[in-house]
Ligand binder design. Sequence first.
Ligand code: ZN
Ligand code: ZN
Length: 369
Amino acid sequence: MTTMKAVVFKGPNRIEIEEVPKPVPGPGEALIRITATTICGTDVHIVRGEYPVKPGLILGHEPVGVIEELGAGLENEYAVGQRVIVGAITPCGQCFYCLNGAHSQCGGALGGWRFGNTINGAWAEYLLVPHARANLALIPDKLSDQDVLLCPDIFSTGLSGAESGNIRVGDTVAVFAQGPIGLCATLGAKLKGASLIVAIDSNPHRLHIARHFGATVALNVREHNPVPKIKEMTDGRGVDVAIEALGQQETFEDALRAIRPGGTLSSLGVYSGKLVAPYEAFYAGLGDQRIVTTLCPGGKERMRRLMAMIEHRRVDLSPLVTHHFALDAIEEAYTVFSEQRDNVLKVALYPDATRMPAKTLGDALVEAL
Ligand SMILES: [Zn+2]
Ligand SMILES: [Zn+2]
């Protein structure tokens, strides 16, 4: 039996590198060799035991790779050796939910999210891709692995916050929290044609990047209470659309208070426990507000569109990929990311360390010594 290296979830706060069987693709499935992947805030929830997955599962849902082997039925669609990404969400395209347009809920609630949730994920040398025909997206030749690394999840999710909020040209928008997803939501608000874009966070470095990504005002919550400030900037009304990108009661509530009557709260955060909508912010249920939630849109057509935005230089996500590690250094990479050390935004992981960008390979070697 051939084996591969993978990062396996062993239980709360325990991940380990192990040799596991290399998967063999069945009909309609593809095996890709992972060339780069990354760690998501959701993975941190999983490792901490806040979002339950089965021990023994390989984590990671943001794959960049090369087609290694094709299962039956894909011969005329793809070829071994092609460079591809796969969305974090892998819809089948054929079930009740997919055919009703709720692709991320494929098969049932959150069902489109399979990698590193219900099936083995991308923190490994190889990844088995289900429903490959709907999900393998070819990477344009001009783009590097690093260029497209955030398409499978972060860019798709962040942008969807602006899309689901149905931002119109000239709208006023507030984006609560400027982590990687919030920053992509800020970028999405700009792409959708918002006028005033208020970025809110407590980290000055992240607020600085938010300005670079299109925020017209950056508010540090350590210095300002964001809701009265937003009311001041919008003739006392509140913004047309607020995007919540953290998943906490406080930011949800602020986002609700920040929208005008008839406005939209577009929620991207992953919440736990009970979420409360205060009576007065909810206008007793009579404020004509819309509250919408979105799980990362996936599928190959979504991925193609996102990569086209990068290829044609409409967006540049490279400032978000701040650190590079060999997959073997997962523990260190996880610590840097989960503890937000060293102004980290996203860390790239490479199962094959020789694929790391040259300028950081030296740094990583020094760290490894
Ligand atoms: Zn994620
Ligand atoms: Zn489906």
